[in-house]
Design a protein around this ligand. Structure first.
Ligand SMILES: NC(=O)c1ccc[n+]([C@@H]2O[C@H](COP(=O)([O-])OP(=O)(O)OC[C@H]3O[C@@H](n4cnc5c(N)ncnc54)[C@H](OP(=O)(O)O)[C@@H]3O)[C@@H](O)[C@H]2O)c1
Length: 287
């Protein structure tokens, strides 16, 4: 079941990472490789299997849950499966962690909001998901906090990283196939590198704060401007044409505003959160 172990047990705590092959999980694993971290993911480990979950987190001090059903489009037609992974399994994790006194760091999403707010979302804002994925993730948050109190939910948004099928990967892949690309300019957020989010998670392992926290890079942009930034830095000549969300037919609705107010999490962090352009530029140099 274990596919990765570090053998470098310098930290006294036993940390279990779920969803370790995913875009965020793989960054957390790389960053914490010198700590006592054990990593799990499909196909060897299935978070919806209660017995496996119980065995997997036995003896852990900290569990980081990056496992999730993240296909926003498929979640519309496969809600039952999305709910099992994003909600039910999180509730089971909470119950086990509560019994065993394990601190849980769970990853949440901006998709719990409807995106109609015109300013950045606060942790105290009322969630109102507008698609099936967002609903399943919100149910997971509710089940976690109902069953366990030694936990933190870090909501992230517009994440990108080397191991994921994210917006940047899609842009680069499409630029190889087309001379021009239409990109929406009416959805706003803060592109956030999973490597930066992993650093935050590592600070949470040490500090163990409780509650809901919003994390993203500072500043904000829209998808079209983000694409322009990426193409300029990578010297990609494909023409970018701004367009509106209504021009794209998708199964799942997306929030127009994904911006987070990160004041709460910033007060806990060792360093100021950087403007989105800086980490994105560093990331682009790695690919
Ligand atoms: N990507 C974003 O823009 C974004 C934005 C906001 C929030 N988030 C949240 O960030 C967290 C990490 O997501 P990510 O971007 O790293 O997505 P990801 O790359 O899809 O990673 C999720 C991982 O969970 C695994 N997984 C799925 N079902 C599982 C199961 N039943 N048991 C065990 N593992 C399972 C996946 O395996 P398979 O690939 O084999 O299915 C994958 O390795 C999630 O909670 C997500 O909701 C992501």
């Amino acid at each position: 079941m274990i596919f990765l172990t570090t053998g470098l047990a310098k930290m006294a705590e036993k940390i279990v990472l779920l969803g370790a092959k995913g875009m965020l999980g793989s960054e957390v694993y790389s960053l914490c490789a010198k700590d006592n971290i054990i990593a799990f993911d499909l196909p060897e480990f299935d978070i919806t299997n209660k017995k496996q979950l119980e065995e997997t987190i036995e003896g852990a001090n900290v569990v980081i849950n990056c496992a999730a059903f993240t296909d926003v489009e498929k979640a519309e037609s496969q809600y039952e499966q999305a709910f099992k992974i994003n909600a039910e399994a999180v509730g089971t994790l909470a119950q086990i962690a509560h019994k065993k006194n394990i601190y849980v760091i769970h990853i949440g999403t901006d998709f719990v909001f409807d995106g109609r707010k015109e300013t950045p979302y606060l942790e105290t804002d009322e969630p109102n998901p507008i698609n099936a994925y967002g609903k399943s993730k919100l149910e997971g948050e509710i089940l976690l906090t109902k069953n366990h109190n030694s936990c933190a939910i870090i909501r992230v948004q517009w994440t990108y990283g080397k191991n994921g099928n994210n917006f940047i990967a899609k842009l680069i892949s499409l630029s190889r196939q087309k001379n021009s690309l239409k990109v929406i300019d009416d959805q706003f957020g803060s592109p956030t590198w999973t490597q930066e989010a992993a650093k935050v998670i590592r600070e949470f392992i040490a500090k163990k704060p409780r509650g809901i926290f919003h994390y993203s890079a500072a500043g904000f942009t829209n998808r079209y401007q983000m694409a322009k930034f990426v193409f300029e830095k990578l010297k990609i000549n494909t023409e970018l044409i701004p367009c509106k969300t209504s021009e794209f037919k998708t199964a799942a609705a997306r929030p127009a505003n994904s911006r987070f107010c990160c004041d709460k999490i910033q007060s806990l962090l060792d360093k100021p959160i950087e403007l989105w352009q800086k980490p994105l530029e560093r990331f682009l140099k790695t690919i």
